[in-house]
Design a binder for this molecule. Sequence first.
Ligand code: NAP
Length: 288
Amino acid sequence: MSHIILDGRVVREARLPALKEFFGGLAKPPVMTIIQVGDRPDSTAFIRAKSTFAAKVGVTVRHIHLPESITQAELLSVIAENNKASDVHGIIVQLPLPLSLDQETVIEAIDPTKDADGLSAANVKRWLSGHPAALYPATTRGVRELLSHYRIDIFGRKVAIVGRSMLVGKPLAAWALNENATVIVCHSKTPDLAAETKQADIVIVAAGRPGLVSAKHLKSGAVVVDVGINTVQGQKLEEEVGRRLVGDVDFDSASTVASAISPVPGGVGPMTVLALFENLADLIRKAY
Ligand code: NAP
């Protein structure tokens, strides 16, 4: 079937000038603090991608790189300092944290008005309740903006989401419900994944399983959004994170039935970075 490519790089480039103008119009360049604990290569690569984009739109990134041996109390005190700092507008703790640290407590320590990732309880409550000023986590916002750019409306449509993590699947499900979609949420215990996803007009996959979804999981004309980022050998190089990546969707197979499909790399990944800085702009506008 002929299909539209949902190209996140194109959308990100189209949105870049407006963000640059907004940040450039402020009295001083805003500061986004990114806290990294340990040396996971994927975290380092994602932070590099965020920092590169930040430089393009005129945001100063303060990258605080802490050793894996840091205690919870020490990390909380770094967050408290950044909460207090009047020149810091956004704070991200790069996830996942080492298992020795309690991720929930750490996220909760971030001032909700600086929570660019939208994961603190105050923000979660807003996106669960459908508050108009809800700050969605960056991946959810990225998916929303990608679909909206290509004028794909989810109102009244059947949307299947594969994955139910707090970071991706649950905020996606909340957003789709808030937008009046009928939502099917699938996970690793879903007995027959294809039977669920085949009902959907729009299938959003965030499972972390390369090639999980293929043509047999889709109805003809479905819109497919691939959030997955998996490192494999011998594939295309993802410019932004410097690794070899594939998604959760078997692109060649799915594109034989899909009417629109996002690639990996170049689909949701660039949109997530863009959305993080659109969240920062919203925090600064006090739209929160
Ligand atoms: P996660 O915390 O590991 O969650 C994965 C979810 O997928 C879980 O809910 C799991 O079900 C479900 N799942 C796993 N295997 C499944 C299967 N065979 N059938 C159906 N559901 C299955 O991962 P995450 O943080 O949500 O991330 C998901 C993917 O998105 C990863 O590839 C990650 O790298 C990527 N990601 C991309 C971006 C981006 O910007 N593009 C941003 C964040 C994450 P259970 O709950 O039952 O375990």
